[in-house]
Design a protein around this ligand. Sequence first.
Ligand code: AMP
Ligand code: MG
Length: 333
Amino acid sequence: MLTQILKIDENSLKLAENIILGGGVVAFPTETVYGLGASALDGAAVNSVFEIKGRPNDNPLIAHVHKDYDITRLVDGVPQYARLLAEAFLPGPLTMVFHSKGVVCKEVSCGLDTLAIRVPSHEGAQRLLKYLDIPIAAPSANISKHVSPVTSQHVYSDLNGKIPLILDGGKCSGGIESTVLDCTGEIPVVLRSGLVTQDMIAQVAGGCDVYVMKEGERVRSPGMKYKHYSPSCRTLMFDSGETGQAVKAYLQIENAGETPYILCENKVAKSIKVKNVLNLGETESEMAANLYQKLREGEQLADVIIAVAPEKRDGIMTGVMNRLTKACGKIIK
Ligand code: AMP
Ligand code: MG
């Protein structure tokens, strides 16, 4: 199959519509990462998303809708706090889980009686969703367990030949996947951290918990149990105070004739005297936006990526650290 990459315009939107209404899939940009979209009303099309990605079929997808879409067509029992959150943060990188009305096909939620809904703010995503005016089921447009894509080229390198069309909307500005929030209870519960943080949610909703899986419990957000975001090269991870250790490991790897790269925040990058550095940047949002780009650059260049954990861990950095440890393994003690 030939994979086209097209800028978003009337022609490419028409083509995307034909593909999706014909049961096919199309990659499209969002403000977080690129998505791989199929009609959420078409079980066979949704199944093919799982097949193309090699995604386990118990890891549910998010239904994407445009900003004027009435979500009560799809879900029941939207609590007042969710309405306030929608006003404050949507369109944007916040996915909310509600009781499903069963309008979208069961394949989207992998048989769960809930449905995750997201309203992306990316202009290209909005145009596509508006053009189709149906819910689009979409996970990230990468091969399962690989690093999520933040450019159309990343999508192409994973899915070339497997999908007919990639809509190109430039580099994703957010860089990590949306916050997933369970809105089926009295107060909202963060199932996956992201750019809309627990504090931001609590301020609007009056409270917000974070889900921690307990021993023996059935996981509430099935995606959390899977290894994710792994670059194709080897990785090591050191704590933020352990730059010396990271440089030591770098020199050992170099002496063994291999190519190491250190992945770190800007202030560490400036302080170390090694040649190969993947600089995540200075601010929290820069680090989120650059993380996957740098991991993908790293896997092309390095035999081993040596990550040094950023110092800050709260707010947006909760999500960044979550992705970084899933990519590079636990901090070496
Ligand atoms: P991805 O599409 O790779 O960004 O992953 C979507 C995330 O949303 C995964 O972590 C899923 O487990 C989570 N998710 C999707 N639908 C639901 C749902 N109905 N209930 C709980 N989590 C969900
Ligand atoms: Mg994903």
